[in-house]
Write a protein that binds this ligand. Structure first.
Ligand code: CP
Length: 315
């Protein structure tokens, strides 16, 4: 049994990227692989791209798909062991995961960080509990600390659009008034580390990501300096890891504009979406030829298909 929770579950990244690109060219080549099998997609949080792209990828592989908004439609799930369940949670994950695992051959889960308790979020308790009790492969549809299907789509997009053997990829923090998780930024760094790229990370002081995700990434606090000569600019907001879950600044000078992009080497702009226009990124960038956000989102189907194919091959 093979889970897909992080890059640690990938044995050959190049092969996975190639598989995604091959699926894009021939989406139904493996339609027999998932025949008479079912995937359950459980959403504890909202989604547009992840929900639709994963469902489409699963159908391309012949899988039956069941999608559930657990956060809205299901019983409240208790994740802690040994507690007296006299609160608002009506069902324990021990039963819920085992029951869903009896209906489904694969389970995909989205469960974001609460941003209140760093240790709890970084322990990924929802995923650990489903892994323990469901007895089927678990797919990460975005967890508290990672978003691997997004990161694989980002790798595919960079591979498709790079015009240099070793492009400069800059992950830049963007301003936002709300506290958002570190998952996309963490995961992007984690997946860029084994890629043949020069990885630069720029953010205001106090927004350092956890060191285990940064890896070979060079941190530069001056955004203009970091953007110099970039081939790809990857924008994302995240709240502080050090001062966990806090918004320390929403300085508008960190918004990506054409003036910022002119510092790059004719760089392309990427963002996982959704995003708030003219707060994080200016219309002129998103509506111009530098933006890859739609191509990147479209590649979510092929990243999901590559990951599901790999899991199905090991069931
Ligand atoms: N990028 C991404 O995961 O989009 P959704 O939140 O809409 O799924």
């Amino acid at each position: 049994m093979k889970h897909f929770l992080s890059i640690n579950d990938v044995t050959d990244l190049n092969q996975l990227i190639t598989s995604g690109i091959a699926s894009k060219r021939n989406p139904f080549a493996d339609i027999e692989l998932g025949k008479n099998k079912t995937i359950g997609l459980l959403f504890f949080n909202s989604s547009l791209r992840t929900r639709i792209s994963t469902q489409k990828a699963a159908q391309n592989l012949g899988l039956n798909v069941i999608t559930m908004n657990v956060g809205q439609d299901g019983w409240g799930l208790e994740m802690e062991e040994g507690v007296i369940m006299n609160g608002d949670k009506a069902e324990h994950v021990k039963e819920a995961a085992a029951v869903i695992g009896s209906y489904c051959d694969i389970i995909g889960i989205r469960s974001f960080a609460g941003l209140q308790d760093r240790d709890k979020d970084y322990a990924e308790i929802v995923f650990q509990q489903f892994k323990k009790y469901a007895e089927v492969p678990i797919i990460n549809l975005e967890s508290a600390t990672r978003h691997p299907l997004q990161s694989l789509a980002d790798c595919i997009t960079i591979e498709e659009f790079k015009i240099k053997q070793r492009p400069k990829v800059v992950l830049t923090w963007l301003p936002h008034f709300k506290a958002l998780p570190q998952a996309v930024a963490n995961s992007f760094c984690e997946w860029m580390n084994p890629m043949d790229v020069e990885l630069v990370i720029t953010h205001p002081e106090g927004y350092n990501l956890a060191p285990e995700f940064v890896g070979k990434g060079q941190v530069i606090y001056d955004q203009d300096k970091a953007l110099e000569g970039a081939d790809f600019v990857y924008g994302k907001n995240w709240s502080s890891y050090e001062h966990y879950g806090q918004v320390l600044t929403s300085d508008p000078s960190w918004m990506i504009t054409e003036a910022k992009m002119s510092l790059t080497d004719n760089g392309k702009f990427m963002h996982c979406l959704p995003l708030r226009r003219n707060m994080k990124v200016a219309d002129e960038v998103l509506d111009g030829p530098r933006s890859l956000v739609i191509e990147q989102a479209a590649n979510r189907e092929w990243s999901a298909q590559a990951a599901l194919r790999e899991v199905l091959l090991h069931i």
